[in-house]
Design a protein around this ligand. Structure first.
Ligand SMILES: [Zn+2]
Ligand SMILES: [Zn+2]
Length: 182
């Protein structure tokens, strides 16, 4: 019987294996790589949630990112009239319902292992987006009123303090676990 070739978007190759291709080592490796890289990008974007980074209106204007779940290009930053919010586009995107639906679809279709899914990182509740937007509104107003340098400095400071605190919390958590397990 004649078997038609199918094109796998992720591996970028033609194959005749039908559904079996999903289980192949090659396909699973490609999926793992994609998820790892995408998770890194999402995590970097999420590190801006507490203190949005405001840049000038020319900053990487029109820059896009690729959403592997939705199979489409989206704006990377949030482009406002007078300024740009770094990663704001990505943050808005991952809070959308469509993105959430397609994320689960991707996990299901590609038989992604439970330990590699991280739905709480790849998707963000609307409530969190709302909080982010409130902060953006305040920061953008500050930016417009001329406190640009000060704003950038304090945002950087908050990020550094947070990074440090996370490290401390993590190592504390880890040592607590060890104590509990002993
Ligand atoms: Zn494939
Ligand atoms: Zn998406």
């Amino acid at each position: 019987m004649f078997t038609q070739f199918q094109f796998c978007q992720l591996c970028r190759l033609n194959h005749k294996k039908k559904r079996k291709h999903i289980y192949s080592i090659r396909h699973q490796n490609v999926v793992n790589n994609i998820l790892e890289k995408y998770l890194r990008k999402v995590t970097e974007a999420r590190s801006n949630l507490k203190s949005p980074q405001i840049h000038n209106a020319q900053f990487e204007r029109g820059a896009k990112f690729w959403c592997h779940f939705c199979v489409e290009e989206e704006l990377k930053h949030m482009e406002l009239d007078t300024c740009t919010v770094k990663y704001g586009g990505l943050i808005e995107h991952i809070a959308s319902y469509e993105h959430k639906r397609k994320m689960y679809n991707f996990f299901y279709e590609n038989k992604v292992d439970e330990t590699k899914r991280h739905p709480d990182l790849f998707h963000m509740p609307e409530e969190e987006l709302k909080k982010f937007k409130e902060k953006v509104a305040i920061q953008a107003k500050e930016y417009d009123s001329g406190n640009r340098e000060e704003l950038e400095k304090s945002a950087e400071k908050i990020r550094q303090t947070d990074a440090l605190r996370n490290q401390v919390v993590q190592s504390h958590h880890f040592s607590t676990l060890k104590v509990c397990g002993a």
